[in-house]
Design a protein around this ligand. Structure first.
Ligand code: FES
Length: 455
């Protein structure tokens, strides 16, 4: 997988020099022209390109001129030693406009009625090249194939421009291989599974295909009714410990949808189904949104936050005064963020004056923290997620990242697609066990003996 922080060429590769719009540029050998020109603040339009995936070279909108040669697609062409590139010229504008016309010829021009209106990459490209009405027309009626069997993903093939970003996202980012392109020309279709539809295709519902779709051939149902969000809050997903960075889009103070933050170092623009789509609880009518104070008769009285906090402070102070600080203990939650857990321990130590502060992860993590501390000097993991992509071999012992930490499970699959080997020690036939080069289905309880035998 190509990460946003990489330059496209191996850091250790020899440097080569080229000229882009008159600027001298040195980049590692293997860097694409597109990455090189973006490194110096230049840009060209793209449609089929995504920096999360291997370049595909399908749409040709990223053309650049090369002195002494025909224009080349910059997204998948490596920089040539001494080459001179031009990113903008009358010839390139004419070519890009013609390419855009061809793409638009197979796309309905009903922008105002489209959920991608205002954030459609094809719409932006058409504006950039000054295209109002295309000269070409689809000789057939638009592709009528639709699939709305999935609760979170809607497919409308008449909007598809055949860039295959959805298919590649499913393969290269999620590692699920659920989608494929079927047919030729105007009849090309995105299909799920064995053309069974999304619902039956064992889709993991990560929504990455929707994120990558540059138009709205794949979209989230119900989003169009909200119009454009009026705010975005970047936050950290609290469903598991991966720490995915999420952009929560809001309208009129309500969450309308959640998208992965491309800058998030843990997830690099990816999420699982929970972080992406499981946000409806935020506005559930069953949710308590104000404090309830129990009355002497057992009933609850709805209170303001000030009233509730005053009552808690009074009661805690009374307990501390009467029984001492050690009468108080606090247990924080691994569902909370690091910052919230930090505040909780500050409250226990500074306000209540006790060190009796713990976290629920003590129950599951205490033995591993002890062992890690003895072996590595710290009771936590010592590797970053990025290290997975630098590894030749990974070994998973008794863990099921696909289910427990799905985004990390995908990163393991990405590493394997790049050639990393995998060994799984687990009595269960987990999803990653089916990918593993070696699966050791050891007897439950024999982990330590198996690992000692490896020494
Ligand atoms: Fe380069 Fe599509 S973006 S060919």
């Amino acid at each position: 997988m190509i990460t946003p922080e990489s330059t496209g060429g191996p850091a250790s590769a020899p440097q080569i020099a080229c000229t882009i719009d008159g600027h001298q540029v040195r980049v590692p050998e293997g860097t694409t022209v597109l990455k090189a020109l973006r490194l110096i603040g230049k840009d060209v339009p793209t449609l089929c390109y995504s920096d999360r995936m291997v370049p595909f070279g399908a749409c040709r909108t990223c053309l650049v001129e090369v002195e002494g040669r025909k224009p080349v697609a910059s997204c998948h062409t490596p920089v040539g030693e001494g080459a001179k590139y031009r990113t903008h010229s009358a010839l390139l504008t004419r070519l890009r406009k013609n390419i855009t016309e061809l793409v638009v010829s197979d796309h309905p021009l009903e922008c105002l009625d489209c959920s991608a209106n205002g954030r459609c990459e094809l719409q932006t490209l058409a504006q950039d090249v000054g295209l109002r009405t295309p000269r070409y027309e689809n000789p057939r009626t638009h592709n009528p194939h639709k699939d709305d069997s999935h609760p979170f993903v809607k497919l409308e093939m008449d909007k598809c421009i055949g860039c295959a970003r959805c298919v590649r996202a499913c393969d290269e980012v999620q590692g699920s291989f659920i989608l494929a392109m079927e047919g030729r020309g105007y009849d090309t279709r995105v299909i799920a599974g064995n053309d069974t539809g999304f619902e039956e295709a064992n889709c993991a519902s990560c929504g990455q295909c929707v994120i990558e779709c540059p138009v709205a051939a794949l979209s989230e149902p119900g989003l169009r009714e909200h119009g454009k969000p009026d705010g975005t809050v970047t936050t950290t997903c609290s469903y598991c410990g991966v720490g995915c960075s999420l952009n929560v889009n809001t309208k009129d103070g309500r969450v309308v949808n959640i998208e992965p933050n491309p800058q998030g170092s843990a997830n690099i623009g990816h999420t699982c189904v929970k972080g992406r789509f499981a946000h409806q609880f935020a506005h559930s009518k069953d949710r308590l949104t104000s404090p309830l104070i129990r009355q002497p008769d057992g009933s609850f009285h709805e209170a303001s936050w000030d009233e509730a906090l005053d009552l808690i402070a009074t009661k805690f102070s009374e307990i501390k005064k009467k029984y001492g600080p050690e009468s108080f203990a606090a247990i924080s939650s691994s569902r909370c963020t690091n910052e919230e857990n930090y505040l909780m321990q500050k409250f226990a130590r500074v306000v209540m004056g006790t060190n009796s502060i713990d976290n629920c992860s003590r129950v599951c993590h205490s033995p591993s923290a002890y062992a890690l501390n003895n072996a590595l000097g710290t009771g936590a993991g010592t590797n970053s997620f990025q290290d997975v992509h630098l590894s030749d071999v990974l070994m998973i012992v008794g863990a099921n990242p696909t289910e427990a930490h799905p985004v990390f499970g995908s990163r393991i699959r990405q590493a394997m697609l790049a050639g990393c080997k995998l060994i799984v020690l687990d009595p269960r036939n987990t999803e990653l066990a089916t990918w593993a080069d070696i699966h050791l289905p050891l007897k439950p309880g024999s982990n330590v003996a198996v690992i000692n035998a490896m020494q």
